[in-house]
Structures are given as structure tokens and as C-alpha cells.
Design a protein around this ligand. Structure first.
Ligand SMILES: [Zn+2]
Length: 351
């Protein structure tokens, strides 16, 4: 039987916009068109995106952050920080992005859905407990993970379910790292270009206290392509997932590590991305009953993003085919071997 995959989409996510900004509604429009064109859109079970409650947002953010965002988004369009904009629709879009991710994750954890895909904006992985950052208002993945854990415990389960978050956006998921840094119930793995904005994500940022070793950064040099991606997933990500043995996998999905993306310098292809997505879905099958939820983060070449998400959708739906109309970039591939060897030698962050 094909897996039941939930999909969160809403017209509301197109209303958050600012002229000329790369994090634009056309990203979601392109994805929706591609899912339609390929006939994939009919294969999902659609879920509404309801607003996350204040209580849910407080699981990942402090009250001052919520109040500050609420104040700033209640007036005319404004910059919340140097990169993150808001208009009159931003508050509603941001709380529904988080709420949609919560409902999807909770439904997968309860077994009502096998897998989930949240196509939401604004993205989340740079939002820290206390501030907006890098186009992100609330950390959708972190709110979803914490809220799903809370619901599971409330249902009489003996302990919080362990959740692994894998972030393959080209930028370091600094906000997610901050939120879970000392939380032993969550494994966070980020593959990203380094150096690159926001400047964090080095090997030695490995978690704290009981969570030491549960924050795994894979800082890849500019120019790293599919060879480095495959090596990083095979030698670092999958072994770390197996050691942790999560009960649910959440993917922070960003397609800005593709060679065509205008914001960074990694050289992945869509074939490389599709391979990585299939590996993660297979890891979920092997480790946690196939329970995997993907939440959209970055990806600023809309054509690449659309096909990349369609390939991910196929992986979630258990289909083998993939599409890569763009092939390989012309730049040579950088060597990530030194970083990978350091991570293999010190999987708990001693590197
Ligand atoms: Zn990014």
C-alpha cells in the first residue's frame, strides 16, 4: 500500500511578500505548478494550516520574541531585522506556518499519516528562541517537534519521543541549533556551506550537557557537490541517525545548495538532492516506522526548487523516479574529505 502523505499548503502563505526580496511567494507558486504538472498533487492528503497557539510558540521561543514580532507586524510593512521583512499578512502566515507544521508532525507521530510535507512560508530554521533572522520569523520545525513531543506525552506515553532533525539547506540552521542545543530528546544535524552567512555551524558546536554530541554540524567548503553530499550523508548523517534511533525524523528542506542557486556556492545537482531525500526516507523506514516530515526552508532559484521539491515528494510517496533538467554545474567540485574525516574521528564533537 502506498504511504499516506499529508501536505500542508495555503493561499495565505503567498500574502507574505516584499518586492525584490528573494524569499518570495513565487517559490511556492512554482512548487505548486510542478506538483500539478507531474500529477503528484493528487497523491497527497491535504491538511489545513491553522495558527499555532501562543503556548505552542512558547515551546521554542521566549515571550519577549512573540510580543516583539506581534508589535512590529501590527503596523505598516517593516523590516524585522536586516534580512527579514514583514507586511500586514506576515503574523498570520508565520503562525500558520508553525501551526501547519505542528499538525502535520503530530498526525505522523500519532500514525494518522505516514509522512508529511509542509510547503510553508516564511521559513524557520534561522529563527532563534529570542529573535527573527534570515527571512525566518518563527522556527517552524522546532515548534513542531516540541509541540508533537508535548502532545505525545499528554497522551499517556511514558517519555518524550526522540526526534531527529536533518537540515540540508545551504545555510547553517543556527536557530534550530540554539533551541535544541541542550535538549537530549532531539538530534540536530546540519549540512551547510562554511564559511557562509550566518557564520555559525562549525564542528565544535556539538551540543551541551546531556545533549553533548547531539548537535552535528557538517560544514562543507564552497564548491562541494554531489560527491561531498553523498559522502556526508553516507558516512556522517546515517550513522548519527542510527546511533540516536529517533522515533520521528524531521527534514528542514532547503534547495539553495544547488549549483544554480543565487545565494550560495555549493554545487549539488537535483539528482544529488533526490538521492539524499531517498536516503533519509529509507533511514526513517529503517529506524522509525517511516515517520518523516519535511518542512520547507530556503531555495531561491524557483525552477530548481520546484523540481527539487517534486523529487522529494516522489521519495515521500515511495516512487522511484526523479527529474533533473539542469544537470551539473561547470565549476569543479571542492574536496570535503578533511572535514568528513574530522567528523568520523570525533562523532561526538571533539573535533
Ligand atoms: Zn538557506
Amino acid at each position: 500500500m502506498p504511504p499516506i502523505v499529508g501536505l500542508v499548503q495555503a493561499p495565505l502563505f503567498l500574502e507574505h511578500r516584499r518586492d525584490g526580496h528573494p524569499e518570495r511567494p513565487e517559490r511556492l507558486v512554482a512548487i505548486a505548478a510542478e506538483l500539478e504538472r507531474t500529477g503528484l498533487s493528487g497523491a497527497f492528503r491535504n491538511l489545513d494550516a491553522r495558527p499555532a497557539s501562543r503556548e505552542e510558540l512558547l515551546l521554542a521561543h521566549d515571550a519577549a520574541h512573540l510580543d516583539q514580532v506581534g508589535r512590529l507586524t501590527s503596523g505598516p510593512p517593516v523590516m524585522l531585522d536586516e534580512d527579514t521583512y514583514a507586511n500586514e499578512h506576515t503574523w498570520r502566515a508565520a503562525v500558520c506556518a508553525a501551526g501547519g507544521a505542528v499538525d502535520l508532525t503530530a498526525a505522523v507521530l500519532r500514525g494518522e499519516l505516514d509522512r508529511g510535507l509542509a510547503l510553508v512560508r516564511p521559513p524557520g530554521h534561522h529563527a532563534t528562541p529570542s529573535r527573527t533572522m534570515g527571512f525566518c520569523v518563527f522556527n517552524n520545525v522546532a515548534v513542531a517537534a516540541r509541540a508533537a513531543q508535548a502532545m505525545a506525552v499528554g497522551g499517556g506515553a511514558p517519555a518524550k519521543p526522540r526526534i531527529a532533525v536533518v537540515d540540508f539547506d545551504v545555510h547553517h540552521g543556527n536557530g534550530t541549533q540554539d533551541i535544541f542545543y541542550d535538549d537530549p530528546s532531539v538530534l540536530f544535524i546540519s549540512l551547510h556551506q562554511f564559511p557562509l552567512w550566518p557564520g555559525t555551524g562549525w564542528l565544535t558546536e556539538a551540543g551541551d550537557g546531556a545533549a553533548l554530541g547531539l548537535n552535528v554540524n557538517i560544514p562543507l567548503p564552497p564548491g562541494t557537490g554531489d560527491g561531498g553530499l553523498r559522502a556526508a550523508v553516507g558516512r556522517i548523517v546515517l550513522p548519527a541517525l542510527r546511533r540516536f534511533a529517533p522515533e520521528l525524523l524531521i527534514i528542514s528542506g532547503g534547495w539553495d545548495a544547488h549549483w544554480r542557486d543565487p545565494l550560495a556556492q555549493l554545487q549539488y545537482t537535483l539528482s544529488g538532492y533526490a538521492w539524499a531525500c531517498r536516503q533519509l526516507v529509507q533511514a526513517a523506514d529503517e529506524l522509525c516506522g517511516g515517520r518523516v516530515v519535511t518542512v520547507l526552508e530556503g531555495g531561491y532559484d524557483t525552477e530548481v526548487l520546484a523540481v527539487g521539491v517534486a523529487n522529494l515528494a516522489r521519495a515521500l510517496l515511495g516512487r522511484d523516479e526523479q527529474d533533473d533538467p539542469f544537470g551539473t554545474g561547470t565549476a569543479g567540485e571542492a574536496d570535503a574529505e578533511a572535514i568528513l574525516q574530522r567528523l568520523e574521528r570525533a562523532p561526538d564533537g571533539g573535533g
